[in-house]
Design a protein around this ligand. Structure first.
Ligand SMILES: Cc1cc2nc3c(=O)[nH]c(=O)nc-3n(C[C@H](O)[C@H](O)[C@H](O)COP(=O)(O)O)c2cc1C
Length: 191
């Protein structure tokens, strides 16, 4: 991906390529392509990304010093205009590979100043897509989707990025087909 005003990095953080979360991402990608964006897709479960070892070298280097697929993802992240992140709710949180992605991108996303962190990816935008089995409104009341979204938000906001949308597909296991309002909500995020 080259530095481009109309570029999207679409990160799928679900192990199921044809699952509920991937279906949300498919709609977002189709919409982005219709709107003329160039989309780069990354399936986190197909990537080789070791655990963060907490060495904090990335605070100086701005990129993790462990050489694996995180280098490619960090490059795409720096060059894109918008990030789509789609991840199912696991234990009212994100799946482990998504959390590890955030850990490995610490120094790419933020700089330590001694007080408040300074964002290293200002001006970019993001959209969060998540699915869970708990039906609405319990998904929200009991913090299932809410906590997963909060954790994803934490990364993007600290990086200085602005949200264009956060969409939840609640009660997903009980649905044969994605409800139209969920699809419409995703489409509306990208003007
Ligand atoms: C390990 C694991 C933990 C889960 N934890 C939750 C949870 O805390 N709350 C919830 O509502 N659903 C939970 N689920 C259900 C998934 O969020 C739901 O099935 C989701 O739609 C799966 O998306 P996928 O089709 O992309 O895999 C969990 C599923 C798994 C495998």
């Amino acid at each position: 991906m080259t530095a481009d005003k109309k570029s999207v990095l679409a990160i799928l953080g679900s192990p199921h390529k044809n699952g509920k979360t991937a279906a949300m991402m498919d709609i977002a990608i189709r919409r982005a392509e219709e709107k003329g964006y160039m989309v780069t897709e990354i399936n986190l479960y197909e990537k080789n990304i070791s655990f963060c070892i907490g060495c904090r070298s990335c605070m100086d280097t701005k990129i993790c010093t462990q050489k694996d697929d995180i280098q490619e993802i960090a490059k795409h992240l720096r060059e894109c205009q918008i990030v789509f992140l789609a991840a199912p709710v696991y234990w009212a949180n994100v799946p482990a590979p998504v959390k590890n992605l955030f850990d490995r991108l610490l120094g790419t996303a933020m700089e330590e100043t001694g007080t408040f962190p300074k964002p290293r990816l200002p001006g970019k935008k993001y959209m969060i897509l998540t699915s869970c089995n708990t039906p609405f409104p319990f998904s929200w009341i009991f913090g299932q989707s809410r906590r997963a979204i909060r954790n994803m938000d934490e990364f993007f906001r600290t990086a200085g990025m602005k949200p264009i949308g956060k969409v939840v597909y609640a009660g997903a296991a009980a649905e044969k087909k994605m409800p139209k309002q969920v699809a419409r909500k995703i489409e509306r995020c990208l003007k």
